[in-house]
Design a binder for this molecule. Structure first.
Ligand code: NOJ
Length: 748
């Protein structure tokens, strides 16, 4: 390249000097003015990584073409290229060999940590600890940026009400209020306060929008929901991410009411870039522009590219629509130069903000890579977050915590010795089988732990892209497990899902314990009822058999690198569990979609006859409600006070006392019901929560100051309204029980 000959080059290339600093938009515009249409389209194109860049590039095929495109400035971003050496080589190629030398932005799914793996996002949401959530994203950003990554495809902020959907593990669960708070915390964690710092990365709110409402929980399926759900349930976490300054959005694979999200101008242009004033860029999901052909929305790839770009999808991930067709679409007048320029401006702006234009190698420091990736303090943070994410579901007779002097502990279950599965899904950057297993964690605390694996859960290869084969036939290990149970005083049974049973493309039609695990559970129970069931799973499970019989149940999700230590420390009482469920657990899959903030219906019941909204063969209640979680101590709620301070201001307070013998943390939750409104409102909605820490006997007054934000809702045309009238209040430790009050909201 010979950019020094180009007029205006110095304006955008030179590092800003004090007093000479052009503002960002001026720098973006001056660079844009230098670009040809092909170069602009290049910025709008993202390719998947190919590792050959560090070695010989194979002749022919995709890789060769991509390589040529990189060298000719037809690519603006790469995904899945990591490691300082790889990133530097690719960046050098683009900076040195293309005409303008505009650096690439390197994207990766940094979903729950990177080399150091944190709990899956659903588990982190169970901590209800926004500081912990932010910390996890911070560490993920620190490690990923030290490996050359500039941009994560996270957080996933999709609300979901159907545990069959495999991607529930990636989000914050079923509630838009909690989801919005978690979304903002994650954005803050990834991006920090200075995007150009070498340890921060751009975040990406995904999948815009509606993806979590895939019909019947089947991934990639149709989404068909009403406007009230779009405005009140689906969009709020995205809006919160935008308000927290998220620099990118990703659209999604699904159609939303007949329009694919990637070609959806209402979402991307009207709402996101219009109403919300979003100044970052939108990347498509992988091939999602292409998929509009299969949806029956685009005739061919050229048409798909036209629809996507006009709808506001700025960067094309792996559809090849823009690189192949956008030029002729502009020449034919089907896409205006204004649309292209707007997309490129947005992309360049983020590259400037990241500091990439000023220093393309800002994130390429071998020393940082060596010292930061997998650092001891990151593991310490992962352990803390993992401990906070555990939810105690049952503890009859105070079976937990186990005494450290407890004799004859039988640890049973193949997941107990697993070092790979606890890392969960979406953990690019981690090292296979690097998690601390429960067996290792428990043996580090007690010498009394004997282990029997029981039957295997998975047969064959475990691979991110392949269907898992669950073992339903091979009972090897069953006898030994039962024998160990017989001679143990207490059995810790670790059951659940393999880490790759949830995540993308991993929907399930059955939500019980997979494989032979239910059989193992019943066989162990037949010889020893003193069972602590440790669940490892990426979604709510339907476990009514266990819930009604097994005395103690600990929900441990997939907790990441420090999984076994976190679980063991909780089992032996070094950690008092404080997590609360971010999704309702069903009794049976037939209850799905199941969520606490549902509408009342005109036949709420219960009634003595059959003519009310219910099942004839199962109750409407969840097995465990949203917000539920126990502690080794107990909390008592009293003295609810509700005060209306004005038309849009209400104060609610309650006293919470630790009535047990151990220090513990409680998540105090506030729910509202707007009794009568111009659009029917749910039976209750979370509108506040506070995680507090109390010593034995200690009490605290928890106060919630409600403003219009909590008191209002979105109308069916997307206007935020606050309506006067009666509200019910619930303050308690979960969505199902607590102190009840009411207030009348006056007219403005
Ligand atoms: C497809 C997934 O839907 C998306 O979430 C992810 O970021 C991309 N693949 C890139 O890996």
């Amino acid at each position: 390249m010979c950019p020094f000959l180009l007029a205006g080059f110095l304006v955008w290339f030179s590092a800003p000097l004090a007093g000479q600093k052009k503002d960002l938009d001026a720098r973006v515009d001056s660079l844009l003015r230098l670009m040809t249409l092909e170069e602009k389209i290049g910025q709008m194109t993202q390719y998947n990584g190919f590792w050959e860049v560090t070695g010989p590039v194979p002749a022919g095929g995709d890789a060769k073409k991509k390589y040529d495109h990189l060298k000719s400035g037809q690519v603006g971003s790469m995904l899945n290229v990591t490691g300082v050496e790889n990133v530097r080589k690719m960046q050098e190629m683009v900076v040195k060999e293309t005409r303008l030398g505009i650096p690439l932005i390197f994207g990766l799914d940094v979903i729950h940590g990177h080399r150091t793996v944190f709990p899956i996002p659903l588990a982190e949401a169970a901590s209800w600890d926004l500081g912990a959530v932010e910390k996890s994203a911070r560490v993920g950003a620190t490690e990923a940026s030290a490996r050359g990554v500039n941009w994560t495809f996270g957080p996933m902020v999709d609300i979901t009400r159907d545990a069959r959907w495999g991607r529930v593990m990636e989000g914050a669960g079923e509630d838009p209020y909690l989801g919005a708070k978690v979304a903002a915390a994650r954005v803050k964690g990834f991006q920090g306060s200075d995007l150009s710092a070498p340890n921060t990365i751009a975040a990406c709110a995904k999948h815009f929008a509606g993806y979590g409402f895939a019909e019947a929980g089947k991934d990639y399926n149709t989404v068909d929901v009403g406007t009230s759900t779009i405005f009140n349930a689906i969009l709020p976490p995205f809006k919160a991410a935008a308000e927290a300054g998220v620099r990118t959005f990703m659209n999604s694979f699904n159609v939303l009411n007949g329009i694919p999200a990637t070609g959806n101008a209402f979402l991307q242009r009207e709402v996101l870039k219009g109403k919300w004033g979003f100044t970052g860029f939108v990347v498509s999901d992988w091939g999602s522009a292409w998929e509009m052909i299969d949806h029956g929305f685009a005739r061919d790839l050229k048409h798909a590219a036209e629809l996507a770009v006009n709808a506001g999808s700025d960067m094309d991930m792996e559809s090849y629509g823009y690189v192949n067709h956008l030029k002729s679409l502009v020449e034919e007048g089907k896409v205006t130069m204004g649309v292209v320029d707007d997309a490129v401006r947005r992309i360049l702006r983020v590259k400037f903000e990241l500091g990439l234009i000023d220093d393309p190698y800002r994130y390429c420091d071998e020393n940082r890579e060596k010292t930061l990736v997998g650092a001891a303090e990151h593991h310490a943070a992962a352990l803390e977050v993992a401990k906070k994410s555990i939810v105690l579901l049952k503890n009859e007779g105070g079976l937990l915590p186990l005494s450290k002097n407890q004799k004859k502990i039988g640890l049973i279950g193949v997941l107990a010795s697993e070092k790979n599965s606890p890392l969960g899904s979406w953990r690019f950057g981690s090292i296979d089988s690097s998690a601390v297993s429960v067996l290792e964690g428990m043996q580090a605390i007690s010498r009394e732990v004997r282990f029997a694996q029981g039957p295997s859960l998975v047969s064959g290869v475990v691979d991110f892209g392949q269907e898992l084969k669950i073992n339903n036939t091979d009972r090897t290990g069953m006898k030994e497990a039962i024998a160990l149970a017989k001679k143990s005083d207490v059995v810790v049974l670790v059951l659940g899902e393999h880490g790759l049973q949830s995540g993308e493309g991993r929907s399930r039609a059955y939500l019980g314990l997979p494989g032979l695990q239910q059989e193992l559970l019943e066989a162990v129970y037949a010889v020893n009822k003193n069972i602590v069931l440790v669940l490892m799973n990426g979604r709510p499970l339907a476990i009514p058999w266990a819930a009604s019989r097994v005395p103690a149940i600990l929900e441990a999700w997939h907790l990441g690198s420090e999984s076994g230590n976190a679980i063991a420390q909780t089992l032996f009482g070094d950690n008092n569990p404080s997590g609360k469920l971010p999704m309702s657990f069903p009794k049976t899959v037939g209850q799905l979609p199941l969520y606490y903030n549902h509408y009342a219906t005109g036949r709420p019941g219960p009634k003595p006859d059959v003519f009310w909204s219910h099942y004839t063969d199962e109750s409407n209640d969840p097995l465990y409600p949203f917000g539920f979680g126990l502690s080794y101590t107990a909390f008592a709620y009293s003295d609810l006070q509700v005060q209306v301070l004005g038309p849009g201001r209400v104060s609610v307070q309650a006293s919470v006392k630790n009535t047990g013998n151990l220090a513990g943390e409680e998540v105090v939750q506030l729910y509202l019901r707007d009794k009568v409104a111009s659009v029917a409102r749910p039976v209750k909605e979370l509108k506040g929560f506070r995680k507090i820490s109390l010593k034995p006997g200690e009490a605290a007054t928890v106060r919630f100051d409600l403003s219009e934000e909590e008191l209002g809702f979105y109308s069916n045309t997307g206007e935020f309204v606050v309506e006067p009238g009666e509200f019910e209040v619930l303050v308690g430790g979960n969505s199902n029980e607590g102190l009840k009050g009411r207030f009348e909201l006056p007219k403005k």
